[in-house]
Design a protein around this ligand. Sequence first.
Ligand SMILES: *Cc1c(COP(=O)(O)O)cnc(C)c1O
Length: 374
Amino acid sequence: MQVPLLDLKEQYRSMKDEILQEISGLCDSQMFILGQKVETFESEIAEYCATDYACGVSSGSDALIIALMNEGIGHGDEVITTPFTFFATVGAIVRVGATPVFVDIEPDTFNIDPKLIEAEITPKTKAIMPVHLYGQCADMGAINVIAEKHGLIVVEDACQAIGAEYKGNRAGSISDYGCFSFFPSKNLGAFGDGGIVTTNSAGKCEKLKIFRNHGMFPKYYHKYIGGNFRLDALQAAVLSIKLRKLDSWSEARQHNAAEYRELFAKSAINGQVTLPVVADYTTRHIYNQFCILVADGKRDELRQGLNDAGIGCDIYYPVPLHLQECFSDMGLKVGDFPVSEKVADEILAIPIFPESTSEQREYVVKMIEKILCS
Ligand SMILES: *Cc1c(COP(=O)(O)O)cnc(C)c1O
């Protein structure tokens, strides 16, 4: 049996005619940049994320950059974030000229540990950038209390968490800015790159829309130094169609996660594998990934064994950001963020995509049992 980590072909087949018709209409119109399709999608996403406004942008990475630019965050400023995330979170901070300040993660949720944030706040701190890793929100209540006390902006990196909820509040609606990615492997994926920034502030959204178009307003008068961070009309049109199915896909992921939990409980794997923990404040986990922890240094052996058995699995992420070569001038070393380092050594994502079958999950757990228990 083959079990890919992710297979989007079935999803595409289920909506191919509708999507191709939409693309064909756009090609006939030859109107590719911003326009009605983007505006429509922006209001749909704002509604989905329970925010008042949204600004479509070119990628999740650019969503993070433009949110920081919108606040004038740059040289001499510090932004607090987690070292256990995809590179783009920290890349955005550095790209605007600011300095990332890392805070270690919670061992169970893998999200930034709010208890450790205050000790890192200095007069230079301007923002906190929590990441909702794998589809579960960070502890936003605790983070917002700290931000309010110190007058800091909060930018949610919600790239993996569209539709996730913290105490009934949607990701992207729990801070100043929510940044989303429509990279094809996210729960809502485009046919290429795309992203969006959500906010409840009319003023912030207006400014974002100027920034994404070279800081230009009105035409050929440049108010700010922005960039080309525009969302394509083609991507917006595809995403509008796919958005209608997003809840059913996220529910299928939740169903698949529940099935894994039953299968692991019935297996002999006991203790060697830790399943994803759902925090008590999490009212909706959207399982962009289902990541297990593999104890006793057996993660790499398990990964190889699963690959040999035709099962896709991957490590998100093998090297915490403070240990990346490109940040070596920050002078950080092994041992500085022990929880992130331990999780990076033990984490493994196994297939959870909506269209995967119960038979495939049974096979995955059976093979894990075989590799770890024999
Ligand atoms: C995917 C992702 C991004 C970047 O999104 P792109 O659209 O690929 O630029 C940023 N942060 C996190 C946590 C992500 O998972």
